[in-house]
Design a protein around this ligand. Structure first.
Ligand SMILES: Nc1nc2c(c(=O)[nH]1)N[C@H]1C(S)=C(S)[C@@H](COP(=O)(O)OP(=O)(O)OC[C@H]3O[C@@H](n4cnc5c(=O)[nH]c(N)nc54)[C@H](O)[C@@H]3O)O[C@H]1N2
Ligand SMILES: Nc1nc2c(c(=O)[nH]1)N[C@H]1C(S)=C(S)[C@@H](COP(=O)(O)OP(=O)(O)OC[C@H]3O[C@@H](n4cnc5c(=O)[nH]c(N)nc54)[C@H](O)[C@@H]3O)O[C@H]1N2
Ligand SMILES: [Mo]
Length: 760
């Protein structure tokens, strides 16, 4: 990269930060010392740049539509596409850092082999050799076991492009394999909304400007969906009240009109207390409950017989008066909305709590209303053909008998459409380590990891070491040498979104964006789809007919195969080429989900009482379910970080300026009790394991809390999963194939290791 482009890069980046208000997070002086503003201005001639269309493919609400500026074949900076009213011309701080990711010297550049796993002795090999070794191992498995079930795949959300589903397709095309089903992210809430409404569907976030009352319940959009904040602020300018319900004083809470600190996992009790108050006050919306709902009388009887506002107050830690006022204020205006965050459903009672909140919103008549709704997420714009994913196993493949194939929340079963009695073997992604240890007959011999970082994102890290030790071969398709790659035998370099064709929809807003190659693939990187075609060529040469995956790689042809009339109609395009003119928004009859109040439940109505839910082992009504208990003194939260997205971004040098070190956050009173002060080195521990790091003391967290943000720091031994067990959430199995993970129903203790420098 030329100096000029480097400088322009940094300047635009910091300017972007200042606009976002993130510069306030910089320690004083850093901004000026890093910034090139003092240097002579760079002559800027837009005509010397080529602009490409891209989209941020991360697992994020915002899925930003991007424009990439390329000069002399080099990406100089990335901006938000102005066509998308949602992205609004500006990506987040992570998006602005993309050139740094593409050109990071730490990227995996070539296929490599590690002579002894964990040794760090990586050797460059050719693509041919890598594929040959992989293919031979797969054929060896089939010969030994008579099936491909010894081959497993774990994949989640490192990149959410539709063509990345070629990884699933590649597996199906080899035969019946073992899949890690489910998602660590949002499954309990997905099932809950499916029981209540028959699908997960949310209003267009842009219609939040119409809301007169907004409760952000267990979500932190100031960090995790920053583009949504402008709608919330606009609603406030028009008079709306913004309430945040969270055990932590998050940045979103700090920006609210009212912050309500609740006990973890007590949201169901709070919602039911609010619902009871509506009943007492005669504030229930009769039109909705009488005409569009099923089982309301039974729900009301449950509230009258079992719930009081005082009981709810006791459990959630708010006063009865606050609960009454909140319920009354919410019903006093129209429309009013609740944004149900993903954070709050990561509990042993997460699904039950989402159902209770849905029921409260439904009683107020705010479902199916523009500016209203119980907003959680949607997949309405994901109507692709999933051609890359749906591949048929070779004739005569032997698999699991009678079991259900693995599913994914983004549609389709992994069975590849073959109507055989056999299927894939499906294991729980939220208990990856235990599942590997338990799987026998045949054992998992080989693991393919793509778009996934199990060592940093899955649970019970120490068990993961043990589980990987059982595997005969681990292949990672990756961009960086992360902890999972350290535990692999072969690593395959993959492209970034700027080096490939792809298409990205959002699970929150209604825009669709394309990724076109702004630059050629860096080094020897290939996309997941090309890797699948390459493997198919290699393995079919060794054993003809052993893999059905197409052996040709023409990205544009693959994109054609993903689109259909439904998608074209929804986005008002004639083909995906139209997305090269800019992102397109779905054309909808209303911005409100369920605007016609025709629900997809068995009764066709909103189900306060769900027989399906009962059949699946839960309660038919959204009854109270208690949070987990422990004898350990602290609740432990490991939520999402501001300057990274899971294990991505924090490893970039630009991000380390803002987030150089992880801390555990604790309240001053409990710090004092433990004789711990700010800056001290401590150990956070529980039965699962321990983490050593320094302390920050803050009243943003309750007294009985320890908080650490998930992130990957390449040069530190920091991993929150050392202390997060693989505890299941209550729901998720129905729609995603495995129960969710109770990531926040965790507990720990803390002990001083060494006093900090300042105190010494
Ligand atoms: N303790 C704790 N754990 C959590 C959570 C939490 O809050 N606390 N949150 C959970 C949630 S909500 C989620 S969604 C999961 C996320 O878990 P993951 O989906 O595993 O997370 P990422 O770190 O985003 O991505 C994984 C890897 O994908 C790689 N990748 C990027 N692009 C590509 C590509 O094109 N091809 C391939 N093959 N790889 C690519 C990235 O380099 C990265 O290493 O984590 C869960 N884990
Ligand atoms: N910057 C950034 N953005 C991201 C991500 C990221 O890692 N970084 N990840 C993306 C992904 S995959 C996801 S799933 C979303 C997550 O988006 P969010 O759900 O907004 O984020 P989380 O940090 O998981 O949790 C939000 C809040 O839930 C609170 N919470 C936890 N338990 C409870 C509870 O019992 N009750 C209540 N009321 N609140 C509770 C936490 O304290 C936290 O403040 O964000 C996406 N966007
Ligand atoms: Mo997530």
């Amino acid at each position: 990269m030329s100096n000029d482009s480097g400088r322009l890069n940094r300047r635009t980046f910091l300017k972007g930060l200042a606009t976002l208000g993130a510069a306030s997070a910089l320690p004083g002086g850093l901004l000026t010392s890093r910034c090139a503003l003092a240097q002579p201005p760079i002559p800027f001639n837009p005509d010397t740049y080529k602009i490409f269309r891209n989209a941020c493919p991360r697992n994020c609400y915002d899925t930003c539509s991007l424009k990439t500026w390329v000069k002399d074949g080099v990406i100089t900076y990335v901006e938000g596409a102005k066509e998308s009213t949602y992205t609004h011309g500006m990506p987040c701080v992570k998006g602005l850092s993309y050139p740094r990711r593409v050109y990071s010297p730490d990227r995996i550049k070539y296929p490599m082999i590690q002579d002894v796993r964990g040794s760090g002795n990586w050797r460059r090999i050719s693509w041919d050799e890598a594929m040959d070794r992989i293919a031979r191992k797969m054929l060896e498995i089939k010969k030994k076991d008579g099936s491909m079930l010894g081959l497993a795949m774990t994949k989640y959300s490192g990149k959410f492009g539709v063509l990345n589903y070629a990884v699933e397709g590649m597996m199906s095309s080899l035969g019946y394999t073992t899949r890690f089903a489910g998602t660590p992210c949002w499954p309990a809430g997905i099932d809950a909304q499916n029981y209540d409404m028959g699908d997960m569907w949310c209003n267009d976030p842009e219609d939040m400007v119409k809301a007169k009352y907004i409760i952000i319940w267990g979500g932190n959009p100031a960090w995790c969906s920053m583009h949504s904040m402008k709608y919330i602020y606009q609603a406030r300018e028009k008079g709306a009240k913004i309430v945040v319900i969270d055990p932590l004083l998050s940045q979103t809470a700090a920006k609210a009109d009212l912050y309500l600190r609740v006990r973890p996992g007590s949201d169901g009790a709070l919602a039911l207390g609010m619902a009871r108050h509506l009943v007492d006050k005669g504030l229930v919306n009769r039109d909705f409950v009488d005409n569009y709902s099923h089982g309301y009388p039974e729900f009301e009887a449950y509230l009258r017989n079992n719930i009081t506002v005082e009981w709810a107050a006791e459990i959630c830690g708010l006063s009865a008066d606050v609960i009454r006022t909140l319920a009354e204020e919410f019903t006093a205006v129209n429309p009013a909305t609740v944004w149900i965050g993903y954070g709050m459903q990561r509990h042993v009672n997460g699904g039950a709590n989402v159902r209770a909140i849905d029921a409260f919103v439904a009683m107020t008549g705010n479902i199916g209303v523009e500016g209203g709704g119980a907003r959680y997420g949607h997949l309405h714009t994901w109507g692709f053909n999933y051609n890359a994913m749906m591949q048929k196993p070779p004739a005569g493949s032997i698999g699991f008998v009678g079991a259900k194939g693995a599913t994914s929340e983004f549609g389709g079963s992994a069975e590849g459409g073959a109507a055989a009695q056999y299927s894939d073997r499906s294991l729980n992604i939220n208990q990856t380590a235990q599942s590997i240890l338990d799987a026998n007959d045949p054992p998992i011999r080989m693991l393919w990891v793509a778009c996934k970082n199990p060592f940093s994102q899955d649970f019970d890290r120490s068990k993961m070491e043990e589980a990987f030790a059982k595997l005969e071969m681990v292949v990672c398709a990756e961009q960086f040498f992360n902890e999972t790659v350290q535990h692999a035998d072969i690593v395959l370099p993959v492209t970034t979104a700027f080096e490939e064709w792809n298409v990205d929809a959002s699970y929150w807003h209604y825009w669709l964006s394309i990724n076109q190659p702004a630059i050629k693939p860096m080094y020897e990187a290939k996309c997941d789809l090309e890797i699948a075609t390459l493997l198919s060529r290699t393995i079919n040469k060794l054993e003809p007919g052993s893999c059905t995956f197409p052996q040709e790689f023409d990205h544009k042809r693959w994109l054609d195969l993903e689109f259909n009339d439904g998608m074209a109609k929804m986005f008002g395009i004639s083909s995906w080429d139209d997305l090269l003119d800019g992102p397109k928004k779905a054309i909808m009859p209303s911005t409100a989900a369920w605007y016609d109040r025709k629900f997809k439940t068995p009764s066709g109505k909103y189900e306060f009482k769900s027989e399906l839910c009962e059949k699946n082992g839960h309660t038919a009504l959204p009854e109270y379910k208690p949070e987990a208990q422990s004898s350990l003194p602290f609740h432990l939260f490991t939520p999402h970080v501001q300057f990274g997205l899971h294990s991505q971004f924090i490893n970039l040098d630009w991000m380390q300026v803002f987030y150089p070190e992880p801390f555990v956050y604790m309240h001053p009173a409990s710090a004092k009790k433990k004789q711990i002060a700010e800056g001290d080195l401590v150990k956070v521990f529980n039965d699962t394991g321990d983490v050593e790091l320094r302390v920050k003391v803050t009243t943003n967290v309750p007294e009985d809390f320890l908080v650490m943000y998930e992130a990957w720091f390449p040069k530190r031994k920091y991993n929150v999963q050392n202390v997060v067990a693989d505890t299941p959430a209550d729901m998720g199995l129905m729609k995603t194939g495995a129960p969710g993970a109770a990531i926040h129903s965790q507990f720990a203790d803390i002990v001083l290791i060494r006093k900090g420098e300042s105190a010494a």
